[in-house]
Design a binder for this molecule. Structure first.
Ligand code: BGP
Length: 473
């Protein structure tokens, strides 16, 4: 058997993309509620446009999403039927602290997740909890400017104290920030940031990143103090940069691009700002304000494991004539050897092995693949059944490569949770049309549909994969 006996198999979701119930149980408004579909979306995500209230004429899919808030029992039962022993989900911060800066948490919100975690355990499923997955209470953004303000560390710390204590014994796997490097590309999602005219955006982003890195170290510290059983991971939007040609200029640039991402994990896992980052910040004239104690905190409270999402490799070219392709939030040069998804994301199973090797070589800590999958248009038949062979192909190829990295390269891998194990709202587009799930949800781009759940062909396939611990793909 290639994979460890206790390999963690499951799927991943994020509160804002599946829960709905945006104003139920005392939940406060969050940044993610106020991002509509359509042309404005990217601008808001990138912090170029302010959206502080619901505006007529826009559609906000995250408000209702797939209503997992009311369907979670049914959904967890389906995950259990597939054989999941882990389920990655995130906590909506504004359910626990509706404004973010209260002294006392909201009991309804705490109870909701307690019930959900208990339901997971009843089904033999270990929750893997992302503390913040692109969400930040709106009040913290309006009052304090989100993560640009150091005070947000305090509020996050309070959230961690509350949830680690309350869920002790129910949750032992935690991720501090989803795709922490996304702050550079989608700062409103990553840190509740939007920019004023003429502002030095990089300065703001790196200062906010510093606050998140300190908060992450604090979370790790508290998690270990509250329960030594707790395992805390960082979470990177991973994907190796390939040089476009063997031109040394391209190679140097690819290395630079990789470092822009590794920077975060270098701090979270190695415990200090790396020399290259200090030099780069200096050259850009960016000054990070640190407080006494930050350096020690970062040094002493590094993560236990390295988790990451992988959708694709990336390509760097130093030649300004070589065009970038849009695809996802990362701009990359098109790789002529790769096919793309319907949304222009390049598909590179082998790149997963390259990425795993780089991460394992660099950090020498167990890895956990917490997102991977294919966003596609599904066409259900009249019974709601989807024959998603394209998804099965995509996942089978990636899982084969994942096994190779373990078997042939010796990577230590804790588990695999495919992204969007049940159809949910896309983070990039805000659409329902872009589906990742093993379970089809009857809900369309306009928010219509019965919300009924249907098992796709991939549901039965993944069940077999898990039952054989990945032997039978
Ligand atoms: C990652 C996010 C997820 C998820 C996924 C797929 O960046 O962590 O929240 O949505 O990408 O992206 P999309 O939904 O844009 O297809």
């Amino acid at each position: 058997m290639v994979l460890r006996k206790d390999f963690l198999w499951g799927g991943a979701t994020a509160a804002n993309q599946c829960e709905g119930g945006f104003n139920e149980g005392g939940r406060g408004l969050a940044n993610v509620d106020l991002i509509p579909t359509g042309e404005e979306r990217r601008k808001i995500i990138r912090g170029q446009k302010k959206m502080f209230e619901f505006e007529d004429g826009y559609f906000y899919p995250a408000k209702e999403a797939i209503d997992m808030y009311h369907h979670y029992k049914e959904d967890i039962a389906l995950f259990c039927e597939m054989g999941f022993n882990v389920y990655r989900l995130s906590i909506a911060w504004s359910r626990i602290f509706p404004n973010g800066d209260e002294q006392e948490p909201n009991e309804d919100g705490l109870k909701f997740y307690e019930d959900l975690f208990k339901e997971c355990h009843r089904h033999g499923i270990e929750p893997l909890v992302t503390i913040t997955h692109f969400d930040c209470p709106m009040h913290l953004i309006e009052e304090y400017g989100g993560w640009r303000n150091r005070k947000t560390i305090e509020f996050y710390e309070r959230l961690c104290q509350v949830i680690f204590n309350r869920y002790k014994g129910l949750v032992k796997y935690w991720l501090t920030f989803n795709e922490i490097n996304m702050i550079l590309h989608a700062p409103f999602l990553g840190a509740g940031l939007y920019f004023e005219e003429g502002e030095n955006q990089e300065q703001v982003k790196y200062q906010a990143a510093h606050h998140e890195l300190v908060a992450s170290a604090l979370a790790t510290k508290i998690a270990h103090e509250v329960d030594p059983e707790n395992q805390v991971g960082c979470m990177l939007a991973a994907g190796e940069y390939y040089p476009y040609t063997p031109n040394p200029e391209d190679i140097l640039l690819a290395q630079k691009r990789d470092r822009e991402n590794y920077f975060f994990i270098d701090v979270q896992s190695r415990g200090a700002y790396p020399a290259y980052a200090l030099k780069e910040l200096e050259q850009k004239g960016i000054q990070i304000t640190m407080e006494s104690g930050d350096t020690e905190l970062l040094k002493e409270h590094t993560v236990d494991f390295i988790s990451f999402s992988y959708y694709s490799s990336r390509v760097a070219s130093a030649d300004p004539e070589v065009k970038k392709t849009a695809g996802n939030l990362f701009a990359t040069v098109k790789n002529p050897y790769l096919k793309t998804s319907e949304w222009g994301w390049q598909i590179d199973p082998l790149g997963l092995r390259v990425t795993m090797n780089s991460l394992y070589d660099r950090y020498q800590k167990p890895l956990f693949i917490v997102e991977n999958g294919l966003g596609a248009v599904d066409e259900p038949d009249k019974n709601g059944y989807v024959e998603d062979d394209y998804r099965i192909d995509y996942l089978a190829q990636h899982l084969q490569v994942m096994k190779d990295a373990v078997e042939l390269d010796g990577v230590d891998l804790l588990g695999y949770t495919s992204w969007g194990c049940i159809d949910l709202v896309s983070a990039g587009t805000g659409e329902m049309k872009k589906r990742y799930g093993f379970i089809y949800v009857d809900r369309d781009n306009e928010g219509k549909g019965t919300l009924k759940r249907y098992k796709k062909k991939s549901f039965y396939w993944y069940k077999k994969v898990i039952a054989t611990n990945g032997e039978d793909l």
